[in-house]
Design a protein around this ligand. Structure first.
Ligand SMILES: Nc1ncnc2c1ncn2[C@@H]1O[C@H](COP(=O)(O)OP(=O)(O)OP(=O)(O)O)[C@@H](O)[C@H]1O
Ligand SMILES: [Mg+2]
Length: 234
């Protein structure tokens, strides 16, 4: 399979302090790779570096085999990297429809496509984004991300603050949207159970180092190894 996103010995951090060290990672077309790790592991730092908000301290990020010029969010975005950040970043005083329209981009999905993926949003189309429930806000955030044409979707802690049943409803829509368009997905979460139904690979990161790596099938029978990797942080 063709690699879409590759990190080669990627080291990222702030100033001279490395937060993620020597990370190797490959996401192919239509594949979902999950990065799991506790608070402070470096997950958000990794996604922001791939999305061009920080320059790698060492190593490379490649998109479709070409090195990305690090440190420019605009260059990363126009190359087709879409970041869905963990703060939901919605226009709370605008309606669902207005929020979606503002995310419209040439070559991307339409408002209707997104409403088909998340029918709950259609029922709230005129509501202000600020009054939506947490799950509805997350659908809107994801929907806005999915409207941008991209080869790679980076999603930071989609499940934050949501009930497990709400997350279980979001995942199939995400999976459907990405497999339809062969998008490569890098999904960050704190716990493997949240994503093992849709992830192809699971990477556990602790203090910036890879503590476990395996297919999702292997990970589901390797709970003890994953727990030990987590505990290794102490
Ligand atoms: N802007 C920054 N400047 C300096 N250090 C930072 C900055 N942002 C994060 N850090 C540090 O980098 C380390 C990794 O943080 P990061 O936010 O990447 O972790 P995370 O895995 O996303 O954690 P969480 O699960 O809590 O979101 C932490 O020690 C944090 O204090
Ligand atoms: Mg984070």
């Amino acid at each position: 399979m063709d690699p879409v996103l590759e990190c080669r010995r990627l080291t990222c951090g702030y100033g001279r302090v490395a937060v993620v060290r020597d990370l190797d990672l490959t996401v192919t077309k239509g594949e979902v790779v999950a990065i799991i790790g506790p608070n402070g592991a470096g997950k958000t730092t990794l996604l922001s570096t791939i999305a061009g908000f920080a320059r790698p301290l060492d190593g490379q990020v490649l998109l479709n085999g070409q090195p990305l010029a690090g440190g420019s969010p605009t260059a990363a975005a126009s190359a087709g990297i879409v970041l869905v950040p963990d703060d939901r970043s919605l226009f709370t005083q605008l309606s669902v429809l207005q929020n979606l329209k503002l995310a419209q981009a040439r070559g991307g999905r339409t408002v209707d496509d997104v409403l088909d993926l998340f029918p709950a949003l259609r029922r709230r189309i005129r509501s202000h984004a600020g009054v939506l429930s947490g799950g509805e806000q997350q659908m809107l955030t994801l929907g806005r991300g999915l409207m941008r044409p991209g080869h790679v979707l980076l999603i930071d802690e989609m499940s934050m603050g949501l009930a497990p049943t709400v997350v279980a409803d979001l995942l199939p829509a995400l999976q459907r949207a990405c497999s339809e368009t062969d998008t490569a997905v890098l999904l960050v979460e704190q716990h493997a159970e949240v994503v093992e139904t849709i992830a192809d690979q699971i990477i556990v990161m602790v203090h910036g180092d890879v503590a476990y790596r395996g297919s999702a099938e292997r990970a589901s029978t390797d709970r003890d190894a994953i727990e030990a990797a987590y505990l290794g942080q102490r």
